[in-house]
Design a protein around this ligand. Structure first.
Ligand code: C5P
Length: 318
């Protein structure tokens, strides 16, 4: 599809190892304390300029360039697809790459973003946010914007609560809407079974269910942070905590039984990922994760074995 210069980006999924909801804010969002980590499930993006050679690539024509998302997936919600294009527009506006008042020429150049999904869609693993982060990192390179990761992270904040973390990756603690963050120490590597549900869940619907069914707690992430520092999977399994879990379980009661089955199969801990419905089961080792996945696989739309943490978005230049 892309016939000009192009840049590839590989972006990982995120997991919330701890998520406490403190209160509903006046702006409708919820105040959070959360510990996030990137997990080795990936989406792939390729961004490039496409269009007629020569005159079409004149700088004035490029300033009127359209932005187009191409994906083989038909199950992407409009929000998820839009987030990638919104990310591209936000970067273009911030850096002046595109003229915000101009309408693109029909036969002029256009920036094409090709997306191949590996992260569950609407599963609570920030797939849409990872794609937006990947678009920011890839287009920053393709368009020569020269923004650093901190500037891209700040730009991500206006796009969605998980986008800033997805721009940097690693292991972080976040507060506020989930966007004010600092990296935290994590030693070693952890093995997971990622269990995808048959039907997605809307993040906003899960937060509305939290408003109906749940109350804030005072629980702090100290036990998770100590387990990450101490390279201690047993302690991490016991400390996994997500206060959106009761809300998501109220909407999807079958998840209660699925979580029990993961623990019965030998998981050190099992928790809803973000706003769900994906369940994350922590295993002793990669082999144990594969055994658990084989035992519970029939309950889910899909299971994958993954490890954490991994690095943030990576560029693949061609
Ligand atoms: O920020 P993002 O677009 O990912 O949020 C999706 C929805 O999730 C919001 O519209 C809001 O309803 C809910 N949300 C929330 N509090 C947060 C993050 C998200 O209520 N901290």
């Amino acid at each position: 599809m892309v016939d000009g210069p192009s840049v590839g980006v590989v972006v990982p999924a995120k997991a919330n190892l701890f998520l406490a909801v403190r209160k509903r804010r006046p702006d409708g969002y919820h105040e959070l304390v959360t510990v996030l980590q990137t997990v080795s499930l990936y989406d792939h993006l390729r961004v490039g300029v496409y269009g007629p050679p020569g005159k079409g690539h004149h700088p004035a024509a490029r300033r009127r360039m359209a932005i187009e998302l191409v994906t083989d997936r038909t199950d992407l919600g409009p929000d998820e697809g839009n987030l990638v294009v919104l990310a591209a527009r936000a970067l273009a506006n911030r850096t002046g790459v595109l003229d915000p008042t101009a309408t693109p020429e029909g036969r002029g150049p256009r920036t094409v973003i090709e997306l191949t999904k590996g992260i569950p869609v609407a599963g609570g693993m920030a797939g849409g946010s990872a794609d937006a982060a990947g678009a920011l990192v890839g287009l920053n390179e393709l368009w020569g914007c020269q923004l650093d990761r901190d500037a891209l992270r700040d730009l991500g904040e206006e796009l969605g609560s998980d986008v800033p973390f997805c721009v940097v990756g690693g292991t972080a603690i976040a507060t506020g809407r989930g966007t004010a963050m600092a990296q935290v120490l994590c030693r070693g590597s952890f093995s997971w079974v990622v269990c995808t549900a048959h039907e997605p869940l809307s993040t906003a619907a899960v937060y509305r269910a939290w408003d109906r069914h749940c109350r804030p707690t005072e629980i702090e992430p100290d036990a998770v942070l100590a387990a990450l520092r101490g390279e201690d999977p047993l302690a991490l399994g016991a400390a996994l905590h997500n206060e959106l879990q009761p809300a998501a379980f109220a909407l999807r009661p079958e998840l209660v039984e699925h979580r029990e089955a993961l623990l019965d199969a030998g998981a050190l801990g099992a928790v809803l990922s973000g706003s769900g419905p994906t369940l994350l089961a922590l295993a002793e080792s990669a082999d144990s994760a594969a055994r658990i996945a084989a035992e519970v696989g029939h309950r889910f739309a899909g299971t994958a074995v993954a490890r954490s943490p991994v690095g943030g978005p990576e560029l693949r230049r061609t």
